[in-house]
Design a protein around this ligand. Structure first.
Ligand code: PMT
Length: 412
């Protein structure tokens, strides 16, 4: 991994479980260190039956960690989990896969996996019969749905002398996948870029205690703000959501809390002046009560008449006031005929990219930790992002923004 200005050394926890393929984890460790990655090996007790601690101590960036009780500090798993940019488990045994799917924290590796928000890559290795077991496949599907990346085993000779699927993926493949995951986390490809993100569902008051809103949690917008900040951008987050950002983003994200569509329109109008990239992930209310009562509505006064009026189309206003070179990204929440409706919305809205999510699909859209989107490019072309974490979706959107900027940069 080439050292760029502003780039920090990425930290990877390398989990090694008890399988014959544990010897290949040594190669994964060495290659990651060669790529400039800070590697912390965490070995299970069974892994230590297959491969020596000394080997990893000689090659890794830190000595092997093996127990919750080795260090002076009583909580090594939170230190490891919170400071990791990525966790790679190679080989991942059927036992560890089952423990992870069930959320069991019965050793240091499992506790670290549960105490992290970093992306996780699992590289299973086992005999073909074990690999094909419905329980193993279902556990892997569960983990994948939660955003865990799986590097599947290869087919070939196995330890018992037989052949079949189950051999650990080639260390070069595992390292390539790890570096790809780290590129979205620690690269500084947005250094100096001013990014504005909107998030959450606006609240339109009926009276001082009641409001109309929608199911948006703000998770997707906040993931975008966090990902942009981690990639070096100066970020302004205009949010109608109460969720908190990670403490390490305090300095690089300027947060503006808003409630209504009108508040959001004002805040964005200001924030977007001079911005390089604007991403509208907020679910802005399309209608609001025409009148918001000054005092609490009461049954005693009879059934109130609810008259709605349209809210301002904020995105349309931003398109109208956009400065030269500013990249505008809209979102679309659809439930049917998703791509066709999104393509029409892209043309109508006049944005550069439109990110569409089928909010009726399992695990996608409102309030989930995962999402599945299609990123439609105004110049044609679509990038599909299958179900994954909202962080991974955020990085895919930012990758498309950068690709768009490169394509449209006028030659000097
Ligand atoms: O917040 P989460 O729980 O994580 O869920 C994420 C999400 C589903 C809210 C997000 O991924 C998403 O799809 N956001 C856009 C939802 C939406 O309002 O879609 P829309 O098709 O109604 O609007 C199209 C675009 O116009 C959006 O960029 C929206 O921000 C913008 N808009 C809409 C109405 C309005 N009055 N002004 C606007 O600017």
């Amino acid at each position: 991994m080439a050292e760029e200005p502003h780039m920090r050394t990425p930290r990877v926890v390398l989990g090694v479980c008890g399988g014959i393929a544990a010897y290949k984890a040594v190669e994964v460790c060495r290659r990651l260190v060669d790529e400039g990655v800070h590697v912390i090996p965490v070995l299970t007790d069974d892994a230590l039956r297959f491969v020596g601690e000394l080997t990893f101590n000689a090659l890794a960036s830190e000595p092997v960690q093996r127990s919750l009780w080795d260090e002076d500090t009583p909580i090594p798993h939170t230190r490891l989990g919170q400071s990791a940019d990525l966790i790679v488990v190679a080989p991942a045994t059927a036992h560890t896969i089952a423990r992870y799917a069930a959320g069991l924290s019965d050793d240091l590796l499992m506790a670290t996996l549960l105490a992290t928000r970093a992306p996780v890559i699992l590289c299973p290795a086992m005999h073909t019969e074990m690999w094909e077991q419905a329980s193993v496949q279902e556990n892997l599907a569960t983990l994948q749905r939660r955003g865990v990346e799986i590097v599947p085993p290869e087919s070939g000779h196995l330890a018992g002398g037989d052949s079949g699927v189950g051999r650990l993926a080639d260390p070069a493949v595992i390292v390539a996948r790890a570096l790809a995951a780290l590129a979205g986390i620690v690269s500084s490809d947005l250094a100096g870029v001013r990014v504005v993100v909107s998030a959450g569902g606006t609240r339109e008051p009926l009276d001082p205690v009641r409001f109309i809103t929608n199911r948006s949690s703000g998770k997707q917008g906040h993931a975008l703000a966090a990902a942009a900040a981690r990639r070096g951008a100066d970020v302004t987050l205009v949010t109608a959501s109460p969720i908190r950002l990670a403490p390490d983003l305090g300095a690089s994200v300027h947060r503006i809390d808003v409630e209504t569509a009108a508040d959001m329109e004002r805040a964005l109008g200001e924030a977007c002046r001079g911005a390089d990239v604007v991403i509208m992930a907020a679910a802005v209310a399309d209608f609001r009560p025409k009148v918001s009562a000054e005092s609490k509505l009461s049954k005693e006064d009879g059934l109130p008449e609810l008259v709605l009026e349209p809210t301002p189309d904020i995105l349309a206003g931003l398109v109208a006031q956009r400065s030269k070179g500013q990249v505008l990204v809209g979102f679309a929440a659809e439930t049917h005929d998703v791509i066709n409706r999104a393509r029409r919305k892209l043309d109508r809205k006049g944005v550069d990219l439109l990110v569409v999510n089928d909010v009726s699909a399992p695990g996608a859209g409102f309030d989930h930790d995962t999402n599945a989107v299609a990123i439609l490019h105004a110049g044609g072309g679509t990038t599909m992002v299958p179900l994954t974490s909202k962080d991974a979706v955020a990085n895919a959107v930012l990758d498309s923004v950068i690709a768009h900027q490169k394509e449209n940069r006028s030659p000097t």
